[in-house]
Write a new protein. Structure first.
Length: 164
């Protein structure tokens, strides 16, 4: 909460909504053997594969907004579960390419259906998935996500007189 505003701040509300969504997706995809983070990875991979792409772990990390190290950890777990395959990129031996297995495609399609139903439920107060309010909300979120945030530098003796 901020001293200047009555009620919760936008940052607090975004945090609460993100947590509400994460918990709801975790619960919804758990019967399929997935976590929310794993779902984010396989659903993104599914979309990229449908577009003809076989992304590297780095590309998938950039696409999802997850840290590359976390994507690597998730990919290993998904590979162990038989949902994705990881192969070295012939053009770059440091890069690992990802692809859904047949089992991974089937599980991902089921998970996407479950999460789409959940998304419709979440967005019902705005008029549903295709409503003008939802499009405006999505546009506003996109604006905020596309705005880079520079870490603040504390004002102390070690930063006095320096330019970031």
């Amino acid at each position: 909460m901020s001293n200047g505003s009555p009620g919760p701040t936008p940052g607090f509300q975004v945090w609460r909504l993100a947590n509400k969504w994460r918990v709801a997706v975790d619960r919804a995809v758990a019967p399929l053997g997935l976590t929310h983070a794993q779902y984010s990875l396989v659903a993104s991979l599914h979309g990229m594969q449908r577009a003809g792409e076989r992304p590297s772990q780095r590309r998938l990390a950039d696409h999802t907004g997850l840290e590359a190290l976390y994507v690597s950890k998730l990919a290993r777990a998904l590979e162990s579960a038989g949902l994705i395959e990881r192969t070295r990129d012939s053009r770059d031996p440091r890069a690992v390419q990802l692809a859904l297995t047949k089992q991974g495609q089937a599980v991902t399609r089921q998970a996407i259906t479950v999460v789409q139903e959940l998304l419709q439920q979440l967005l019902e107060p705005l008029g549903g998935l295709d409503a003008p309010r939802t499009r405006t909300f999505t546009d506003e979120l996109t604006t905020l996500l596309d705005t880079p945030l520079a870490p603040s530098i504390p004002n102390n003796e070690s930063t006095q007189g320096t330019t970031p």
